[in-house]
Design a protein around this ligand. Structure first.
Ligand code: ARG
Length: 302
């Protein structure tokens, strides 16, 4: 039964994705607590799981663009980290298409950025950077989500706090920074998942106390996850298409909450990608994010 009256408006993004095909996916190094080069993914199962995820998104009405992988970039399959798409609100409907490319914390992943740039440019996006090639602030796009007109950005393990001011200036958006302290939830998308404009999955254990409280204040109706739920099932690393939540796993307690809120849980097995430290959200990059609110007649008063 749905909790009447509690349903928010569906997210305005999440119907168009880029995914990097998994032909180069391997564990060549360890840059997060899950990776161990002694434990390699099975390439056939990884390909099948990736194709099933893409087919599931398409069956829900989303479009998926397949990005070719670079042979020398075994982590590029985690497409979320290529960059943050920011379509500009524009009353004429012809607003700019821009992308803030990631400046990866770990040099092993920086080889991905020129390929990401070329791909986004070919799709008509104008690229920008907050830092590049080891100089300037680090920014990894798995740390950033639009929510209720703001940009919520995690910093600490991967993104530098310094990047936040620059993102706010470049994108013309209010940035809400959250300090991540948990080594196993090193990107925001492992601990936070907007579900609609009222609800989000939130794992407070990923953050310092102050940031955990600020995030809980920011989300009108949080679905709070314990550390065990977030780490054990990767459930915050999910993708929302309308009212469907495509999840790598979902503890029973969380499922009952989502059912009651009127969400449809769709489970997909992406276990091979957990070996590299990523799941459903990390494998998909939304191309339809509009950053900032459409300027209205009362914008000045807001
Ligand atoms: N091996 C990748 C890394 O450590 C995993 C990235 C996961 N992606 C994400 N959006 N959380 O960078």
């Amino acid at each position: 039964m749905t909790e009447e009256g509690l349903m928010g408006s569906a997210l305005e993004w999440g119907r168009h994705y880029a995914m990097v095909e998994p032909s180069s996916y391997r564990i060549d190094y360890a840059i997060n607590p899950y990776m161990d080069p002694a434990v390699q993914p099975d390439p056939v199962r990884a390909r099948d799981q990736w194709q099933h995820l893409a087919a599931t998104l398409r069956s829900l009405g989303a479009t998926v663009e397949e990005v070719p992988a670079l042979p020398q970039a075994p982590d590029m399959v985690y497409a979320m980290n290529l960059g943050l798409v920011a379509l500009r609100p524009d009353r004429t409907g012809s607003g700019g298409r821009s992308v803030v490319l990631s400046h990866m914390r770990h040099p092993q992943r920086r080889v991905e950025t020129p390929a990401a740039r070329a791909w986004f440019e070919a799709q008509g996006f104008t690229p920008s950077y907050v830092g590049r090639e080891g100089i300037g602030a680090h920014f990894e796009a798995g740390d950033a989500f639009p929510f209720r007109g703001d940009l919520v950005v995690g910093h600490g393990p991967r993104t530098d706090e310094l990047a936040l001011r620059q993102l706010a200036g470049d994108l013309g958006v209010r940035v809400r920074g959250l300090r991540i302290t948990h080594p196993g939830m090193y990107h925001l998308d492992l601990a936070f998942c907007p579900l609609d404009d009222e609800h989000a999955l939130v794992c407070p254990a990923a953050f310092d106390d102050e940031s955990a409280h600020r995030l809980l204040d920011l989300v009108p109706q949080p679905v709070v996850l314990s550390e065990e739920e977030a780490i054990g099932s990767w459930c915050a690393n999910s993708v929302v298409v309308g009212r469907s939540v495509v999840m790598p796993g979902c503890p029973d307690r969380v499922r009952s909450r989502l059912d009651a809120l009127g969400f449809d849980v769709v489970l997909v097995d992406v276990s091979e990608f957990h070996l590299g430290g990523g799941s459903v959200r990390c494998l998909t990059n939304p191309l339809d994010i509009t950053v900032g609110l459409l300027p209205g007649p009362d914008a000045a008063a807001a």
